[in-house]
Design a protein around this ligand. Structure first.
Ligand code: FUB
Length: 327
């Protein structure tokens, strides 16, 4: 039986999916999720339980239409530089080509960001031989701006190794800043015309409060943890992200793609499960939040399912907080 899609329900139930990056391509909604798998390996703060090995692409003709699984579009064994853990991907369209950006550990166990290409939004995607030079950490999210310049935002703490890169090279012993020091921000790099390399070294994105002070590392309700997403609304750039340990999706706003971003508030209160990860997309005349939780596995942290719900703005451009299970 064909199953219609509904808000706040798993989009697919035959596989576990997470980290949904949603885009409108060719008039349809395409979702690029992680593909969670079960295994007997360890569970820890390093994220070893997230042992994903491939990507599937999902699509919907409309928000209530059945969600189609286009099957496996890229597998770990076909990525020459990667060793394990295909985490949260994103996709972009430019140059008549679809680009899939994805993090994975390289052969030394260091997270890097790779790119794979396809003439079609539903793949299959052919990976580049090597990861993007100068890339590190996880959770790439790409904004192709109205002037056609493209930016990739990325970075995640703990298993995502962002704190290991504070001095520009990988230091496996490095820890995050003290609670009273500025939190680490995500990184942003402009992509080259061919979308395959960074134009410049990645820069840290600054997230500040309404008085211009940096959000501190100890401010776990507001500080950046992982899962950046940048969308534009009324000419402003909205950076949204997970706060990790406090399990919220929050956001900050800027008039520049590289920030600084001023913290505004909470988009999504905690979902069932440790991680929370989202994307925001306009489809037809409405806006949608794509997110995941662990309801399909009844709470197993590494067996998640992607969902969507409508997202609404207030007149002043702020976003109304979403309570996924009601207030
Ligand atoms: O899916 C693996 C990791 O969990 C992602 O990269 C993070 O954003 C978190 O959702």
């Amino acid at each position: 039986m064909v199953k219609q899609s509904k808000p706040n329900e798993p989009l697919v139930t035959h596989i576990f999916t997470a980290d949904p990056s949603a885009h409108v391509f060719e008039g349809k909604l395409y979702i690029y999720p992680s593909h969670d798998i079960d295994h007997d390996g360890p569970t820890n703060d390093n994220g070893d339980q997230y042992a994903m090995e491939d990507y599937h692409v999902l699509s919907m003709d409309d928000v209530n239409a059945p969600c189609v699984d286009h099957g496996e579009v890229l597998h770990l064994k076909d990525i020459p530089w990667a060793s394990k853990q295909l985490w949260a991907p994103d996709a972009a369209y430019k140059n008549n080509t679809y680009y899939l950006y994805f993090p994975a550990r390289d052969k030394e166990g260091i997270f890097r960001i790779g790119v794979a290409t396809s003439p079609n939004p539903d793949g299959p995607f052919i990976p580049e031989e090597n990861y993007i030079p100068g890339s590190f950490s996880i959770d790439p999210a790409v904004l192709v701006d109205d002037d056609d310049r493209a930016y990739v935002y990325f970075g995640g703490l703990w298993g995502g190794q962002l704190e290991k890169w504070q001095k520009g090279t990988f230091n496996p012993e490095a820890e995050g800043p003290a609670p009273n020091e500025p939190a680490l921000g995500p990184r942003v790099a402009e992509l080259s015309e061919d979308m395959l390399t960074f134009k410049n070294d990645p820069q840290e994105v600054s997230i500040i409060d309404e008085n211009g002070n940096p959000i501190l590392a100890g401010d776990e309700d507001r500080r950046y943890f992982e899962g950046p997403w940048v969308h534009k609304y009324n000419g402003l750039y909205y950076l949204s992200y997970s706060t990790g340990t406090t399990h919220k999706i929050v956001y900050a706003v800027s008039d520049q793609p590289r920030g600084p971003f001023i913290f505004k508030g909470t988009i999504l209160t905690p979902v069932k499960g440790w991680t929370t990860h989202h994307s925001i997309v306009q489809f037809k005349d409405k806006w949608y939040l794509f997110y995941h939780d662990c309801s399909l596995s009844d709470g197993v942290n590494h067996l998640r399912c992607v969902k969507y719900t409508e997202l609404k703005y207030n007149e002043d451009g702020t976003i109304q907080t979403i309570h996924p299970y009601g207030e």
